[in-house]
Design a protein around this ligand. Structure first.
Ligand code: GLO
Ligand code: MG
Length: 360
């Protein structure tokens, strides 16, 4: 009886997530792609900082050189970088903003033309590891222990260029060197199957999580799932999230949307497939995402045809879409869904979800 009561009580209070939003300065963008001019004026970094709170965002994501411009050029000392990051931390505090993570942006540096950690040139591999150590110093000064690994150029254009066993071991070795460098940091691997390289070595979240097993401290290797990156691997983003959540490894997300297997589009969240977006919001909410401080990152870019005016709409609307879908998800009757599952009446379940999304 007592157990039954407990179960009822548990049913009445379902687990729910806690949602705070973040984005990176690169998500306010000039609009140029590889084949076209810039379509919007650059907004200075300090102006961007003023926009976060106004749009309902409390967290800021950083590349190392967003935080400390020029940090990857080899001209600054470690002390200078830490000083600059410490100054920035004060500015963030003044704006009431929290740094979510720091990611080394290595892909623009000549040392990483053929990848950093997996470059065939030992000098380039050394550059990559040293640069990431500095990113850790910057993260510490900004008050975050989260380091994101988006392994942009760690892959090949032709398979014969690198040995895949060797390359995987080199990425693990880099991760190990960083875990050893700082016993407090944790790595969040952002998988992506292609672009800029043809085949990346960490294409999916399963690859990201498994990489931890090649280090001595898998507990400090987790992941960041980006909607578009899952779709580029032809996978379902909410199932990828479910997989990572089951492993307790989903430490951040980059929500956006994507029109099939094209270049990485970073469209407004839910813009292509609202149902797919609903399922992402739902899996996060049901798993209590955010209750341990995880952020909802929106890695979205405004359409490149958008004029200066309206250049922030993609961020505001992505957040709005998330919150509206959250309302829809929480309005669904779990008991009814359970009953339809038990009945195997998936047509009715399908309609129940469609009706909830299409309701006037
Ligand atoms: C590109 C990635 C990129 C990363 C960012 C943080 O495809 O999504 O935007 O998220 O550099 O590491
Ligand atoms: Mg991303």
């Amino acid at each position: 009886m007592a157990t039954a009561k407990k179960a009822v009580a548990k049913k009445e209070k379902p687990v729910q997530g806690t949602f705070r939003f973040s984005f990176g300065p690169w998500n306010i963008h000039e609009g140029a792609d590889s084949f076209g001019p810039e379509v919007r004026k650059t907004i200075p970094f300090n102006k961007k900082l003023e926009l976060y709170k106004k749009m309902g965002f409390d967290g800021i994501q950083f590349h190392d050189d967003d935080a400390v411009p020029g940090c990857g050029d080899g001209k600054m000392t470690q002390a200078q970088m830490i000083k600059a990051a410490t100054e920035l931390k004060k500015t963030l505090d003044n704006h009431g903003l929290t740094a979510e993570f720091v990611a080394p942006r290595m892909w623009f540096n000549p040392n990483t033309i053929d990848g950093g950690y997996t470059s065939n040139d030992p000098k380039c591999r050394k550059y990559a590891i040293e640069r990431t150590k500095r990113a850790i110093d910057i993260a510490n000064a900004l008050g975050t222990r989260n380091i994101v690994f988006w392994l942009a150029r760690e892959g090949t254009y032709i398979r014969e260029a690198k040995d895949p066993v060797w390359a995987t071991e080199r990425i693990a070795e880099a991760a190990q060197a960083l875990l050893d460098y700082d016993k407090n940091i944790r790595l969040m691997i952002e998988s992506k199957p292609n672009e800029p390289v043809d085949h990346a070595y960490i294409p999916t979240i399963g690859h990201a999580i498994a990489l931890g097993l090649l280090t001595t401290d898998p507990s400090r290797i987790g992941c960041l799932i980006e909607t578009a990156h899952a779709l580029l691997a032809n996978l379902c983003p909410s199932d990828e999230m479910g997989y990572a959540l089951a492993h307790k490894k989903l430490w951040s997300v980059h929500l956006n949307d994507q029109n099939g297997l094209k270049f990485d589009q970073d469209l407004t969240f839910g813009a292509v497939d609202p149902r797919r977006a609903l399922n992402q919001v739902r899996v996060l909410d049901k798993a209590g995402y955010g209750n341990n401080g995880e952020w909802v990152g929106l890695d979205v870019k405004v359409m490149r045809t958008q004029k200066d005016k309206g250049g922030l709409k993609h961020l505001e609307y992505s957040r709005k879409v998330f919150l509206r879908l959250l309302e829809i998800s929480r309005s669904l009757d779990d008991a009814k869904i359970e009953a339809l599952r038990a009945e195997r009446d998936y047509e009715e379940l399908n309609w129940y979800i469609l009706d909830a999304i299409l309701k006037k």
